[in-house]
Ligand binder design. Structure first.
Ligand code: ADP
Length: 386
């Protein structure tokens, strides 16, 4: 066994241990005399101050220019006026071109006799310093991103307002000429004895009604998006509204040779609601049931009291139905499922978005159950009292 190491001088061993400790912990120290020259320094001190020799005998401010202008502060410690001084995260250039960070602390060597000299401790905190630098940088980038987002949001709001204005102008401007055409069609219908003209004018009137509905949709769509739909609440008989809608869809039902079962209570069901909006809810649901059910299919329209204070309007069809995934997106704006290819029905993907918006504006809720190739059921629950 090699016993060579056992003969090493304990002082040399202690010096090695100190050096190793200093290196692993990134610590260095120096003793400073009263005249602010360096009395003695640890062997690794030079590496922190970029010197090749030990700095003993030099003025502290020459070796560490950070202390230029701090002479009075150091003197105060020597005079026992202040207890210590700490400089944090002092940046210094490393040989590899990166930046290192030091914490430098100055305290009296002997607290009871501060005039004896100062102890200067240097701690390499580059790792923490760099982390802090990264955090500051990332925080700055975050603030910048947040600022950009806010700006984009403001721009979006501005565009929305412009769009709203545009929509209401369009809606307003379209209604004028449409009512003119409708008037002439009504006159033709009233005065003609010609069968064909009578049919044409009836068709023109029903198409104009449809266009008026679409303009209403555009108007509502905008309000729903802005979350400021203004309901015109009145007391109405839900049976009457529902029957009105069934008349409006009668031609479409006939064209597709479908059957519509209407199941409404015999007693009148009063509801405090916006009649035209309830009309639209029922119309959109029935219209979809017709569009997405094949020829000869069956549609059920059911109205009842779901509870003391809620009315249920339920539309069931045995049409093409939807997958679970399609149901999940059903009420999204402009959403049209792949199933539309099965019937070729045209649409804009606005109808159900509007239905949901109007139901919720009445503080109600809408539920859907659907199965591909089996059919769908839409249930709208509306409070009786607004
Ligand atoms: P659209 O103008 O396309 O009819 P909607 O918002 O009314 O728009 O409906 C969105 C989509 O939901 C439709 O395109 C269709 O894919 C599906 N859908 C709606 N109602 C039904 C239904 N009763 N049966 C099957 N699919 C339906």
């Amino acid at each position: 066994m090699d016993t060579h190491n056992l003969n090493v001088d304990p002082m040399v061993l202690a010096a090695y241990a100190m050096k190793a400790f200093n290196q692993t912990h990134g610590l260095a120290y120096a003793q400073i005399s009263q005249d602010l020259t360096i009395r003695q320094a640890s062997p690794n001190f030079a590496q922190f101050v970029d010197l090749y020799q030990l700095p003993a005998g030099n003025l502290l401010t020459d070796i560490l220019p950070t202390f230029v202008g701090l002479e009075k502060t150091l003197q105060d410690i020597l005079d026992g006026i202040s207890p210590s001084y700490l400089l944090e995260y002092v940046a210094y250039d490393l040989l590899d071109g990166t930046v290192g960070y030091l914490n430098i602390q100055v305290t009296p060597i002997d607290d009871d006799n501060p005039g004896y000299g100062l102890l200067l401790l240097i701690e390499d905190v580059s790792r923490v310093g760099r982390l802090q630098q990264t955090i500051v940088q990332e925080r700055n980038e975050l603030s910048l991103t947040q600022y950009r987002l806010e700006k984009a949001h403001k721009r979006q709001q501005q565009l929305n307002r412009q769009k709203s204005l545009f929509m209401s102008i369009i809606a307003h401007d379209l209604r004028g000429p449409l009512s003119g055409i409708q008037g002439y069609a009504a006159l033709t219908k009233a005065y003609t004895k010609d069968e064909r003209l009578l049919r044409y004018s009836t068709n023109i009137i029903s198409q104009i009604n449809l266009l008026n509905d679409m303009i209403g949709d555009l108007h509502d769509l905008d309000r729903i998006e802005e979350n400021k739909i203004a309901l015109e609440i009145g007391l109405d008989n839900i049976n009457d509204i529902v029957l009105e809608v069934t008349k409006a869809v009668a031609t479409d039902i006939e064209k597709k040779k479908q059957t519509l079962h209407v199941d409404i209570p015999t007693e009148s069901l009063e509801i405090q609601a916006d009649t035209s909006r309830i009309w639209r809810i029922v119309y959109n649901l029935l219209n979809n049931a017709i569009k997405y059910t094949l020829k000869g299919g069956v549609i059920d329209l059911h109205v009842s009291k779901a509870s003391d204070d809620t009315i249920l309007i339920k539309v069931t069809d045995n049409g093409i139905g939807m997958t679970e995934d399609e149901v999940d997106h059903l009420f999204d704006l402009y959403y049209r499922a792949d199933n539309v290819q099965q019937t070729g029905a045209t649409g804009s993907g606005l109808g159900l978005y509007i239905v949901k918006g109007l139901v919720e504006a009445h503080n109600g809720r809408i539920e859907v159950v659907s199965k591909p190739q089996k059919g769908s059921t839409f249930s709208a629950y509306l409070p009786i009292l607004a």
